[in-house]
Design a binder for this molecule. Sequence first.
Ligand code: TMP
Length: 215
Amino acid sequence: MTGLFITLEGGEGSGKSTQIGLLSQWLRQQGYEVLATREPGGTPLAEEIRTLLMVPRSEKMSSLAELFLYQAARAQHVQEVIRPALLRGAVVLCDRFTDSTRAYQGAGRTLPDETVVQLNQLAAQDIQPDITFILDLPEEAGMQRARDRGSDDRMMTEALAFHRNIRAAFQRLAKEEPDRITMVDGTLSREAVLAVLQERILPRLPARPMPEKRS
Ligand code: TMP
């Protein structure tokens, strides 16, 4: 793979999408091909699966059904979008990836971590992020931010304790894999967060694409 795969993780309302927008702009200005995408989602089929997952419903979704739906969306997304972009040499910025599944379905829904890890590997088809940022924020603050922007998906209906477990899981993952994962204080200003991200990304950027020759 010649590209660079960067994932942004964190609880609800942690500012991931804002940072992806700012990073895309910064990288495109430098001449990189950037693919900004998200999970669940990123292809028409995976976006349909996202709708299935997000809509609040009266039937309780089983934790295993939920896990498989996230993985189904991921398998499609990796095969159709992420892998081809990395092969082209693009910088891929993905809003959530496999760490979210360990935090939400593993710690949140209490499915065994080994099961989640195995299915993550299967669905991600051996693709792993080169760099991961976890935007860390106290769960109350994150939930408030998410509510303020009108978010009312299924995870938002979970109790604060559920979101506290998820935050703790992200913190554990960062300790387990310090080379890949950087924890970032999500309470900082957007400019300050962006500066931390840029500092970490800069030395890992692939060779800059050559400007096209004019004839
Ligand atoms: P978001 O893109 O607005 O953050 O919403 C995605 C929701 O899906 C969020 O509540 C986290 C959840 N999620 C999981 O539970 N497992 C996963 O593997 C992924 C990618 C997301």
